[in-house]
Design a protein around this ligand. Structure first.
Ligand SMILES: Nc1nc2c(ncn2[C@@H]2O[C@H](COP(=O)(O)OP(=O)(O)O)[C@@H](O)[C@H]2O)c(=O)[nH]1
Ligand SMILES: [Mg+2]
Ligand SMILES: [Zn+2]
Length: 312
């Protein structure tokens, strides 16, 4: 940095709460600034389609009257992104979050744990830990599938919780997982996201709901991510309009990397290029037959590499 410039225009650090096309809402201390972006930020984006995302730590200049200019984005420690195969780039949706919380209901809507596998891929790619959370455990007619899923993921070292707002099962553990951290919540509508956020932080469920309806359901841009500070010094980042972090268009090997048990078994495949799909002599499929890779996980992996939706 040019020291003279710094003297004439003191620099301020802040965090991006919202981002839309060419302007961002940035918080610094207790103040918020509506900021423009220095043009240079749009150059040399590398693999990214956008220069800034919610959660980014940025440097501001020309800070006055509630406005400023973002001149620098600091290195990210984690990210959630969406691959855009048609544009051959990747859209960054959230930066620097501490935890991705993936929510799937036990029932109403139907238990669909395959979403967990997709979100685990997104989290792995962005160096984010992931908490898998089953909501509405009280509605499960049969707990066996929930317990089987819990065992499957815990065996992989992934944190997995069964929760219910009715019976209070799992709620203290959820509160501990959120406390003081920057958490991204993801899940299909109706799984109980707003209810859970209201339980953790009074009014937060409504606040995210309002943003969600304001941006509209059809909104599929990065700009729909929104930051909500929590009183414990953490934050919840809601991503309405991002149904799941789309991971279509990834190479099979990039997907396999995010499945630790598949990645470990690939050394037994006859071909180094094996995608663990149709190839003869596949060590991963042999491991599935032997019970070392779960059939559900292998099925998820194959659906992802074929670009199928969860339900197809
Ligand atoms: N039985 C049961 N219902 C719940 C639970 N959590 C939320 N719900 C209900 O599920 C419905 C959808 O919840 P909501 O929080 O609006 O879901 P969102 O769309 O993910 O924000 C509401 O009728 C809630 O009362 C739970 O733990 N058990
Ligand atoms: Mg909601
Ligand atoms: Zn193979």
């Amino acid at each position: 940095m040019n020291p003279q410039r710094t003297e004439s225009s003191p620099q301020v650090r802040g965090i991006v709460l919202r981002f839309q096309r060419k302007s961002a809402l940035v918080r610094s201390g207790e103040a918020e600034f509506q900021c423009a972006l220095r043009k240079g930020l749009f150059r040399d984006l590398g693999r990214w389609s956008n220069p800034i995302a919610v959660g980014d730590q940025v440097v501001l200049e020309e800070v006055r009257d509630g406005g400023g200019v973002i001149v620098q984005v600091l290195p990210r420690r984690s990210h959630l992104s969406r691959v855009r195969p048609e544009a051959r780039d990747e859209q960054i949706i959230v930066a620097n979050a501490d935890l991705l919380v993936a929510m799937v209901a036990a029932a109403d809507p139907t238990f669909r744990p395959r979403l967990f596998d997709r979100l685990l891929v997104a989290a792995h790619r962005g160096s984010m830990p992931c908490l898998l959370l089953v909501t509405k455990a009280d509605l499960a007619a049969d707990r066996a599938p929930l317990l089987a899923a819990a065992a499957r993921y815990r065996a992989l070292g992934v944190e997995f919780l069964l929760t219910s707002l009715l019976t209070k099962e799992g709620l203290p553990e959820v509160a501990r997982a959120f406390a003081g951290r920057v958490v991204v919540v993801a899940g299909q509508s109706g799984v109980g996201k707003s209810s859970l956020l209201n339980h953790l932080y009074a009014g937060l469920g409504q606040a995210t709901q309002e943003i969600s309806s304001k941006w509209g359901k059809g909104c599929h841009t990065t700009t729909s991510a929104a930051w909500f500070s929590t009183p414990d010094g953490g934050a919840v980042i809601d991503t309405p309009g991002v149904r799941s972090f789309a991971i279509q268009g990834l190479e099979a090997v990039e997907v396999a990397e995010a499945f630790p048990e598949i990645w470990a078994e690939r050394v037994h495949c006859r071909f180094g290029t094996c995608t663990h799909d149709h190839e003869p002599g596949c060590g991963v499929k042999a491991a599935a037959s032997a019970g070392r890779v779960s059939p559900e996980r292998l099925d998820s992996y194959q659906r992802i590499i074929h670009g199928l939706d969860e339900d197809e």
